[in-house]
Design a protein around this ligand. Structure first.
Ligand code: HEC
Length: 113
């Protein structure tokens, strides 16, 4: 075994490792995103929906700074969220309910009485 063989072996080993681990890292990122979204939704249901429905929240289309102000205002009014929970919720709200997000689909009123 000479030096070149060892080097080639090493390079092959690292390339394979990268190929196998790359997708795993990507998937962990997505899973993390999903679980953060899930936690934020749980916060919405448990800490925001105690006073009004989540419709009132989800129909808004606000930029991040307005979500920050809104969440602060709600905390001031009695929503129970610590700093970390507020940050997580603001990130979630700004990600999905921003000004460019699709408008809330109008409910079909033709069947309403
Ligand atoms: C202590 C009761 C209470 C809690 C908890 C609460 N809210 Fe509110 N929220 C209100 C009241 C009162 C209004 C005004 C309702 C109205 O205008 O009909 C309001 C209105 C809103 C509005 C409408 C826009 C505005 O600024 O008035 C948004 C958006 C909102 N809340 C988001 C949230 C979010 C997000 C949470 C969780 C962090 C939350 N609220 C928790 C009481 C609460």
């Amino acid at each position: 075994m000479n030096f070149r063989h060892v080097m080639q072996g090493l390079i092959r080993f690292f390339t394979l490792t990268l190929l196998m681990l790359g997708p795993a890292f990507l998937m962990t990122g997505q899973a993390e995103d999903r679980s953060q979204d899930q936690q934020a939704r749980q916060l919405l249901a448990a800490r925001c929906a105690v006073c009004h429905s989540t419709d009132l929240i989800q129909q808004q289309r606000l930029p991040r700074d307005r979500w920050e102000a809104t969440v602060k205002k709600m905390v001031h009014w009695g929503a129970r969220l610590d700093e970390a929970e507020q940050a997580m919720l603001v990130a979630y709200l700004a990600k999905y309910f921003h000004p460019e997000a699709r408008p809330v689909v109008e409910r079909d009123r033709s069947t309403a009485f």
